[in-house]
Design a protein around this ligand. Structure first.
Ligand SMILES: [Zn+2]
Length: 404
């Protein structure tokens, strides 16, 4: 509740790093709290990343594990003057937020609340988001540090803490110093409901198509002009309406999605994002997209086009499949804490998908944060506590599995 009151909203329009200086207000505080808890190397670097190490307390050769969460909150909703409210012993009622009574968090809109009867629920007050995304993850990691420092009977290898800025604007790993981090693998603490264990994300490409028409003075264009705007429109209209688009797909289905169009009669440029869980299928989507374009342009031999594909990110599962113990231990740690692991494919990317391909395999674990990026965001205190329990158990299991 203390961390969410510090405004750390990131800004997609900013070209600085971190995108907003105020994110360092929380990061600096976390670094000093980590030092107070005895982590001598805890510090915030020039970019606003916090690094810290809990040294190993075992002689076994245990891999170095990183726990990571992000300090920034989403640009979608104000993060200024957040007033967290603790609703003790929740009993299934509607939660009316006092600063804007039209904001009602109800079990109808958020059925997960019915699984949390008896828990203590934290919400914002109606005018802002809460920022449990991802300060729940931050709190879980800070609590873990405290628990390990207080209880030396929990044997573990070296644990690396990483707090990142700018996750919400897609730049969270831009300046991570992998050398300094020197971890074997990691877990992001940025998942939602209890038991959530995410290790599969989209693979993603971007495509930029530019169509060249034939320009002429409109007063004497007869038989000459071919308007690139009209060609672009015909191409977009030729895309299927009932499949192959985000608005008509779910689960494991991939799609192509135009995100931007600009241009004039002479030339027009359309940007697409291409998404699938199977990386090989990205090429099929791109081929189909280009074939559709060619069909439209086939009637206009005077016109041309360019079709540029750029790789964006890849399904972290490709990396994690090579390190099955990372998921296996996460699942067994949850089960040991009485939790059924839930693994759904993420129809998006995470900091973990980029970290996984930067050499730090990194699935995502639950923290309890719900209704993200909205004024109705909430989190159960008991979910956060369970998340800490799982991390403790996870560290124990990795230590037990290691050799002298
Ligand atoms: Zn997040």
């Amino acid at each position: 509740m203390r961390y969410v009151q510090i405004d750390t909203q990131s800004d997609p329009e900013s070209s600085t790093f971190p995108s907003t200086e105020k994110q360092k207000d929380l990061s600096g505080l976390l670094a000093s709290e980590l030092r107070e808890m005895g982590l001598a190397d805890a510090h915030m670097d020039e970019w606003g990343y916090v690094y810290a190490t809990i040294p190993a307390n075992t002689n076994k050769k245990v891999p170095v594990i990183c726990f990571c969460s992000h300090v920034d909150t989403a640009p979608d909703c104000s993060g200024t003057h957040v007033k967290p409210i603790l609703h003790q012993n929740y009993q299934g009622q509607n939660i009316i937020l006092p600063d804007d009574p039209t904001q009602v968090i109800s079990p109808v809109n958020h059925p997960y609340l019915l699984e949390r009867i008896g828990d203590d629920i934290i919400t914002a007050s109606g005018l802002t988001l809460l920022g449990a995304d991802d300060k729940a993850g931050v709190a879980v990691i800070m609590e873990l540090v405290q628990r390990l420092q207080k209880d030396p009977s929990i044997l573990h290898g070296a644990v690396r803490i990483l707090f990142t800025p700018d996750e919400e604007v897609g730049r969270g790993v831009e300046h991570v110093d992998m050398q300094k981090l020197a971890a074997d693998f990691g877990y992001t603490l940025d998942g939602s409901e209890r038991g959530s264990l995410e290790f599969e994300t989209f693979s993603a490409d971007g495509v930029e198509i530019t169509i060249q028409g034939v320009i002429a003075h409109p007063g004497s264009a007869k038989g000459k002009m071919i308007n690139a705007i009209k060609l672009a429109s015909a191409f977009l209209d030729a895309l299927p309406k009932d499949e192959w688009a985000p608005e008509v797909t779910e689960g494991r289905e991939g799609f192509v999605h135009p995100t931007d169009i600009r241009g004039g009669a002479e030339s027009a440029t359309i940007k697409f994002i291409i998404r699938d869980f199977d990386t090989a299928r990205l090429k099929e989507h791109e081929a189909r997209l280009e074939a559709t374009l060619k069909t439209i342009l086939s009637a206009y031999p005077q016109c041309s086009y360019s079709f540029i594909v750029r790789e964006q990110y890849r399904n972290m599962r490709e990396v994690l499949d090579q390190h099955p113990d990372i998921i296996r231990h996460a699942k067994s740690a949850m089960k040991a804490c009485g939790i059924d692991p839930i693994s759904l494919p993420v129809r998006g990317g995470t900091d973990g998908s980029r970290l996984s391909f930067m050499g730090l395999p990194c699935p995502n674990l639950f923290t309890g944060e719900m209704a993200l990026h909205s004024k109705q965001e909430f989190v159960s205190v008991q979910d956060m506590e369970k998340s800490v329990d799982v991390l403790v158990q996870l560290l124990k299991e990795w230590e037990q599995a290691a050799v002298e």
